[in-house]
Design a protein around this ligand. Structure first.
Ligand code: PHE
Length: 359
């Protein structure tokens, strides 16, 4: 078969290929290992130099024209295929989205955001400290020396001795109070911070879990007294419970790091058999507080005759339970989807003072 006839036939075959598969078959029949064009190319090896000079360009020209015809036809078929799919396949962008997002904000996160919002309005910054804490920050600097019975009170999780750092035994922090120390040793007073975070104690029942959340507050300035503490706590609790009739009861108490120390109760009323914050039919303890002990101020390298302040600490989970009506703390950390759907918050319900911190 002469080259011209072969070319005409191949071109006709390419032209009439209706699918990519048919076109591929034509390609294999011409340019594949056993293909007609490949066979011609192989004959060039046995040609005399003169013959090769005349036949070479013809055979190579055939290969080139077939190759480019194949490519052009392939592009044409692919475009046709895409157009067909565009015309027949549909994605309906008008399908309704689910009415409610499925994830929820955990009440602990929500309450922490509410607290940060309330305290930011009073000029408090948010501070943080490590959950793996050394003995000095968690106890000693807070005026809880080695032999102090308060150490036993905390049911501390201690790390093995081999994990001591700079001769300090390491613990999972038992409260957020070490952040007081970290803040006083790293910032110049005046100081106004809150420190929310996880804390750990070896304790577990309906109202205690081995991990729970606290929020610490610390103010260090000149001439700070118990009146500032009382006003701050009253303002905070009224904003948090969103009621003007929140009544506080301050009871003398004891913490090694505050002197004097006060425990704070909020009054509740019983309405239809349920406890509701407000009034003073009964009392619930909500936080521990006091004037920062001068030994603590000294341990942080400050002069207690110049700088005074108050501190408070409260359980975030407990505050959430009181405001949103959960009664078992353990459920907070079970990850049960039904509980999370019921008690969780919409991601768009960001607490703001103007819009109300609650939901
Ligand atoms: N750290 C104390 C606790 O965990 C609470 C507290 C903080 C008390 C600050 C007084 C001042 O019980």
């Amino acid at each position: 078969m002469d080259i011209e006839t072969l070319q005409t036939e191949l071109m006709a075959a390419i032209d009439s290929a209706g699918t990519l598969e048919a076109l591929e078959a034509v390609r294999v029949s011409a340019l594949g290992k056993q293909g007609s064009v490949s066979a011609l190319l192989k004959t060039m090896g046995g040609m005399s130099p003169e013959e090769r000079q005349t036949q070479g360009p013809i055979i190579n020209g055939l290969r080139e024209s077939i190759t480019s015809a194949l490519a052009a036809k392939k592009a044409e078929l692919e475009t046709a295929d895409l157009n067909r799919r565009l015309a027949t396949e549909r994605v309906d962008m008008t399908l309704p989205a689910p009415d409610a997002p499925r994830g929820t904000i955990h009440p602990v996160s929500q309450v922490m955001d509410e607290l940060a919002e309330i305290f930011a309005d009073m000029g408090f910054a948010v501070a943080e400290g490590p959950e793996i804490e050394d003995d000095w920050h968690n106890f000693t600097a807070l005026n809880i020396p080695e032999t102090h019975p308060a150490r036993a009170m905390h049911d501390t999780f201690y790390f093995p001795d081999e994990m001591a750092r700079d001769g300090q035994k390491m613990v999972l922090r038992t409260h957020t109070s070490p952040v007081q120390i970290r803040t006083m040793t790293s910032q110049e007073p005046p100081i106004r911070i809150i420190a929310p975070g996880r804390v750990y104690r070896s304790d577990s029942d309906a109202t205690h879990t081995p991990m729970f959340h606290q929020i610490e507050g610390l103010v260090i300035d000149k001439g700070i007294h118990l009146g500032h503490l009382k006003w701050t706590l009253e303002t905070f609790l009224k904003a948090y419970f969103e009621r003007e009739d929140v009544v506080l009861r301050l009871r003398p108490s004891y913490f090694p790091f505050t002197e004097p120390s006060v425990e704070v109760d909020v009054g509740y009323s019983v309405i239809n058999g349920k406890r509701v914050i407000g009034g003073s039919e009964g009392w619930m303890e909500v936080l521990g507080s006091g004037m920062v002990h001068r030994k603590v101020i000294e341990a942080c390298g400050l002069d207690p005759d110049v700088w005074q302040g108050f501190a408070f600490g409260t359980g975030v989970d407990r505050l959430a339970m009181l405001k949103y009506g959960m009664d078992d703390l353990r459920a907070f950390f079970d990850g049960d989807n039904r509980w999370l759907q019921h008690y969780g918050f919409n991601a768009l319900d960001v607490p703001t003072l103007s819009g109300g911190v609650g939901v």
